[in-house]
Write a protein that binds this ligand. Structure first.
Ligand SMILES: Cc1cc2nc3c(=O)[nH]c(=O)nc-3n(C[C@H](O)[C@H](O)[C@H](O)COP(=O)(O)OP(=O)(O)OC[C@H]3O[C@@H](n4cnc5c(N)ncnc54)[C@H](O)[C@@H]3O)c2cc1C
Length: 299
């Protein structure tokens, strides 16, 4: 009996899934299997199912920092849904956020409930789980600045670990591909909801003014120490450069925009071009912020 037949009646399992709506680049890719984990009960026996499916596996959040490639067709993708999108806050300002919750939703709900300290997340279209893995941040703050501890699904069981054990630095954590972030506890302080709402508006305004719309995955490269990747890319003259359906934004040189039907190889070819141009013109080697699933990272 093939693994796909074996799990046909398991409500967590879907085979041969189109992933084009599961990343903000909208890249053309399919997954062999998507495992939708909607509740704590759904974790029961999950490791056995993954093992029996027989493919490498990765967790996917909102897909706002990933390049999804053709190798996903031989992979299992774990997706946190349902109750993992919940959140609660106690009277001391300790908030518990499900890993599947979208950051802008969490930022707005916390702000309107009178809790301040998470406004910076309103313009980042990722999930809480993805923010922990990436130590996402902006506007002078990051996940590390509020995170207290996280619940992980690790080696088939739930484990709470403190933020300090995650070694969070600029767009980096010590989590491995086998760790699934289930929940995050963050520490907030009481604030004035009107001031907080104004801060949200300011951030959204700033993003609209400075960043392009369309299918993108935010900054392609991290900022090198003491400089900005976007400045270097602008100097290197990459704006408007194109590889197939992937084009460097003319508004922001560190953003790639993808037309419908674009594949991972086009994005990667363009990234290589951008990096080579900066190395040639500025003598700086940029590092990417993106993660690669089902396709080899370009370097
Ligand atoms: C318009 C735009 C603006 C952006 N601005 C910013 C910004 O200002 N600052 C910033 O830091 N980022 C920014 N980003 C990038 C991105 O939104 C963040 O990195 C975000 O935290 C990624 O979350 P995600 O859920 O989309 O993760 P995904 O892209 O789905 O995954 C990213 C990585 O995290 C892993 N992962 C995801 N969820 C889990 C989980 N629950 N458990 C274990 N591993 C998991 C994936 O396997 C992958 O390795 C921006 C992106 C866009 C499109």
């Amino acid at each position: 009996m093939s693994s796909s037949t074996r799990f046909d009646d398991d409500p967590r399992v879907a085979h041969d899934v189109d992933l084009s709506s599961r990343s903000t680049y909208g890249l053309n890719a399919r997954a062999s299997t998507v495992l939708s984990v909607r509740s704590r009960d759904d974790l029961e026996g999950l490791d056995e199912v993954i093992e029996a499916l027989g493919h490498p596996w990765r967790t996917l959040g909102q897909g706002s920092n990933v390049v999804l490639g053709p190798g996903c067709a031989r992979m299992t993708i774990v997706s946190l849904e349902g109750e993992w999108g919940a959140m609660s806050v106690d009277e001391t300002g300790l908030a518990r956020l499900g890993a599947g919750l979208a950051l802008p939703v969490a930022a707005r709900r916390l702000s309107s409930a009178g809790w301040t300290g998470f406004e910076w997340a309103v313009g980042i279209p990722g999930s809480v789980g993805g923010a922990v893995v990436m130590n996402a941040g902006g506007h002078g703050a990051d996940t590390a600045s509020v995170l207290s501890r996280v619940a992980l699904w690790r080696h088939g069981r739930i484990e709470w670990i403190s933020a300090s054990e995650l070694e969070l630095t600029y767009r980096h954590s010590a989590l491995s591909d086998d760790d699934v972030v289930l929940e995050a506890e963050i520490r907030l302080v009481p604030g004035d909801p009107d001031e907080s709402a104004e801060r949200l508006r300011e951030i959204v305004r700033w993003r609209r003014e400075h960043q392009p719309g369309g299918r993108n995955a935010g900054s392609v490269f991290t900022n090198p120490p003491g400089d900005h990747a976007a400045r270097l890319l602008e100097v290197a003259g990459v704006k408007g450069a194109r590889r197939g359906g992937a084009v460097v934004s003319t508004k922001h040189a560190n953003f790639i925009l993808c037309e419908p039907g674009t594949g991972a190889s086009e994005v990667i070819d363009l990234m290589i071009h951008m990096r080579d141009r900066v190395r040639h013109e500025c003598g700086v080697t940029l590092e990417t912020e993106h993660r690669f699933i089902g396709v080899e990272a370009p370097w």
